[in-house]
Design a protein around this ligand. Structure first.
Ligand code: ZN
Length: 296
């Protein structure tokens, strides 16, 4: 305990109550309010609140089962460090994104009240709404936002069967990583703590595919990364390929796909651009032979 606090503590009564409340006051006063600089940057982008024509950061939304039940409100730029930070970084990423990756309308980002625990993703796409749910440790770097923009633009309905559903999620993650890498012109993407490098060999596929069948909780990112590495290995960073994959991801219908092979086949069936034969070959090479429904 430091000097003044020790003196107040020694006085007992109200002094002790004040010292005991210091950690709470610190958390309310210091860590949640934006700095003057951040407030200024936020105000320069909008009209004093965390919204403009490009993006809207909403706090207090009620979200259940991947759907927005009640939309929250934009915050004043001086109110919330988290909302203002998200607003500034989303605006920076959207203005840097290639035109074909930007959402057609305004992007809604709902701030979650908590980080959802260790098993929850820091960002989740709300498939029914085409919006994002941002938890405590949200995205900050442009490549993380680019990855999420791919989910916002694709968000296809997923198959019902477990293996098909997990394959579709992994396929979407692989495309999101590849397109994000193309958008930022770097083969390294993801949050600082867990950078995902596309310029490494796609080792460990058998173990990841086994997880798809047996894991109680399935994280689609590692298996998706193996696809992204294969895409990078075959195509390098190619904007035309990234565009055609994004287009196919917007058109694909997976609801009736009942097997992993059917998920891949449905994707290549709508990938009709001239460069899709290359994507098709990569996709079927990613899928283990015994899971393929048809020859590539
Ligand atoms: Zn993702």
């Amino acid at each position: 305990m430091r000097g003044v606090a020790r003196m107040l503590w020694a006085r007992g009564g109200a002094g002790r109550r004040f010292v005991a409340a210091l950690p709470l006051l610190a958390s309310l006063g210091c860590t949640r309010r934006p700095s003057a600089q951040l407030t200024g940057e936020c105000r320069a982008l909008g009209e004093g609140k965390t919204e403009n024509a490009t993006v809207r950061i909403l706090r207090g939304s009620v979200v259940a089962e991947g759907k927005v039940r009640k939309a929250g409100r934009p915050r004043d730029c001086a109110d919330s460090k988290k909302a203002s930070t998200a607003f500034c970084s989303a605006n920076a990423a959207l203005s840097a994104a290639p035109a074909w990756l930007r959402p057609s309308g305004r992007l809604d980002v709902h701030l979650a009240a908590s980080n959802g625990g260790a098993a929850s993703a820091p960002v989740e796409v709300l498939r029914g709404d085409g919006a994002l749910l941002l938890r405590a440790t949200g995205p900050a770097t442009p490549d993380v936002w680019m990855h999420e923009l791919v989910h916002v633009r694709m968000h296809p309905r997923l198959p019902n069967g477990l293996a098909a559903r997990r394959t579709a999620r992994a396929l979407e993650e692989g495309i999101a990583d590849y397109v994000a890498a193309v958008a930022v012109d770097s083969p390294s993407v993801g949050a600082t703590k867990e950078r995902r490098r596309l310029d490494l060999p796609a080792f460990g596929a058998a173990e990841r595919w086994a997880q798809l069948a047996i894991a109680k909780r399935f994280d689609p990112h590692p298996l998706g990364l193996l696809l992204a590495r294969r895409l990078y290995g075959a195509l390098k960073l190619s904007a035309p390929h990234a565009r055609s994959m994004l287009r196919a991801g917007r058109q694909v219908t997976w609801e009736n796909a009942s097997t992993p092979g059917a998920v891949a086949s449905a994707f290549v069936a709508v990938c009709t651009a001239s460069d899709c034969p290359a994507v098709r070959a990569v996709l079927f090479a990613w899928l283990p032979e015994e899971l393929r429904d048809s020859a590539p």
